[in-house]
Design a protein around this ligand. Sequence first.
Ligand code: COI
Length: 341
Amino acid sequence: MSSEKAKLDWQNLTFSYRKTDFNIRYYYKKGKWSKGELTQDENLNLHMAAPCLHYGQECFEGMKAFETKNGKIVVFRPEENWKRLQKTSERISIPPMPQKMFVDAVKKVVAANKKFVPPYGTGASLYMRPLVIGTGARVGLGPADEYTFLIFVTPVGPYYKGGIHPVKALIATEFDRAAPDGVGDCKVGGNYAAGLAAARFGYDKGYPVVLHLDPKEKRFIDEFSTSNFIGIKGNSYVTPKSKSILPSITNESLSIIAKDLGMKVERRPIDVAELPEFSEIGAVGTAAVVTPVTTIHYKGKNLKFGSEKEAGPVITKLYNTLTGIQYGDIKDKHKWLVEVK
Ligand code: COI
């Protein structure tokens, strides 16, 4: 396969689907996963009674591959995505898959689409979307007998327009994303579907991001609809401890970076009343990376966190360190990068 790059406007990519050459698929039948097949087909042939369609038995991941300064192609912490996918799968009765199968799938699909990995220096990346869906016909409630695991890839730019430029968020108490003992801590499509009305509500009022409070008391900060919450308070990196938020791999990586930078990391419930005490706020996740949130609308008031024009110094440092590691500009001392040959 040629490693010549596709002819794309790499600097101006948005976070949207763009066709690439291959996706990879595995099928689970009679208790066994098949060997992976690369395909150019962008469509799935699904039975209309597949449990992923009516009972929502599906889960997914978000990951990225990067081209580094010295021309290598690397994937960020794929074993962590495998772990999270297994945890989600178990919660919604999807059979497990071996770590090797998952990591091999990632490497193969990236290798087959090398020409779509954005060149170093463009600030873009190859986004990967692994998903597992319950297939086969079933009408009564119960797990599927058959499953499809696939990964598609697409080159992307920043999730929120403008990269590390500030965005405004709104706390939408009218809509919960997750239930107290539900699947808020799992990466299932239903959590995102549940957030769509809140996102529309916020968007229509001029706030492109929505921040959810805990669904039990509506008192503690949970997470943004697309990503985790971090707040900077003095020399502390503060992030919510809650049963209903997604364990973000980006957040966990950033908290390690924060410790490396000499900061104190606090993972604890954050009362919404504490918000004005933060100097900087970030929305963190694979797609959002570290997006500064400089306005939060709550109960008719706009709370401000630093300049509306640019990210604050700590968020900037965290962003530069994380992306510096991902693009090979900063030593990968935690061994987070896995090379794709
Ligand atoms: C990711 O950050 O990878 C996600 O899956 C979140 C999604 C809303 C883009």
